[in-house]
Design a protein around this ligand. Structure first.
Ligand code: ATP
Length: 254
């Protein structure tokens, strides 16, 4: 594991039943940077992302082998509390999915179940901090009691980001967080991702190479369940070492 890596995947294999979706993945993910996972459809990007917070545990037929460590701790060790792990490694999904509750309650939910606020004042502060960090505070501060589902798609996605960061995770996983958004909402989220990396380590799956180039410092290219290469985003896009990466970047595959 390199010195600056917060997440380290070592020989990770993932199977769905008999079918192997990931083959011997070795990847170090550095702290306080944005790492994007790119590659053609079905190459295993989401599977890898979901193995970082054990979301794959929810799929009965899914089996993970090898090891993934976060700050040196094996997240698949038997003593790991998966609920606590998912607070430490939060996730933002493709489609904004706020709870059918108020804006305030959407953000307060995580801190409440993890006992992070001792008083209403504490909770108010956490909610405000999270909404500010998610770039949503100004737009919603006068209507915190209104339903989160009443916001626009882009605002809902920022609400989901606020909800994720409210429990102060170390890592935020994002699975195509802009794919349901228009270009303006996408640009706002991309700017936000750049700001968030000072507090969090971000791993993002994206189909858009332009997005990977805009938001990430590191890029990992997956193909048919293999990690073909990874490195600084600029090098991956301007001088990839492997022909498969080159072909993907030139639009010849995927
Ligand atoms: N729940 C599941 N059950 C069975 N097979 C699955 C499941 N989820 C994914 N797979 C298979 O694992 C492989 C990798 O899928 P995955 O969704 O990780 O790829 P991806 O690169 O994220 O694709 P996309 O870009 O289309 O989202 C595919 O062959 C897919 O069919």
């Amino acid at each position: 594991m390199s010195k600056t890596a917060i997440i380290s995947a070592n020989d990770v294999d993932v199977f769905y039943g008999e079918k192997q979706a990931l083959n011997k993945i070795n990847l170090d993910i550095p702290e306080n940077k944005v790492t994007s996972l790119i590659g053609p459809s079905g190459c295993g990007k989401s599977t890898f992302l979901r193995s970082i917070n054990r979301m794959n545990d929810l799929v009965d037929i899914c089996r993970v082998e090898g090891s993934i460590t976060i700050k040196g701790q094996d997240i698949y060790a038997p003593e790991v509390d998966v609920v606590a792990l998912r607070a430490k490694v939060g996730m933002v999904f493709q489609k904004p999915n706020p709870f059918p509750k108020s804006i305030y309650e959407n953000v307060a939910y995580g801190p409440k179940i993890h006992g992070l606020a001792k008083s209403k004042t504490d909770m108010d502060e956490i909610v405000e901090w999270s909404l500010i960090k998610a770039g949503l505070w100004k737009e919603v501060k006068d209507r915190l009691d209104q339903p989160g589902t009443g916001l626009s798609g882009g605002q809902q996605q920022r609400l989901c980001i606020a909800r994720t960061i409210a429990v102060k995770p170390q890592v935020v996983l994002m699975d195509e967080p802009c794919s349901a958004l228009d270009p303006i909402a996408t640009a706002i989220i991309e700017e936000l991702i750049d700001e968030l990396r000072s507090n969090f380590t971000i791993v993002i799956v994206t189909h858009s190479m332009q997005q990977a180039a805009r938001v990430s410092q590191r890029t990992a290219f997956f193909h048919l369940g293999e990690l073909v290469e990874s490195g600084p985003t600029k090098s991956i896009f301007t001088s990839p070492e492997d022909e498969r990466t080159q072909n993907y970047i030139m639009g010849r595959i995927g």
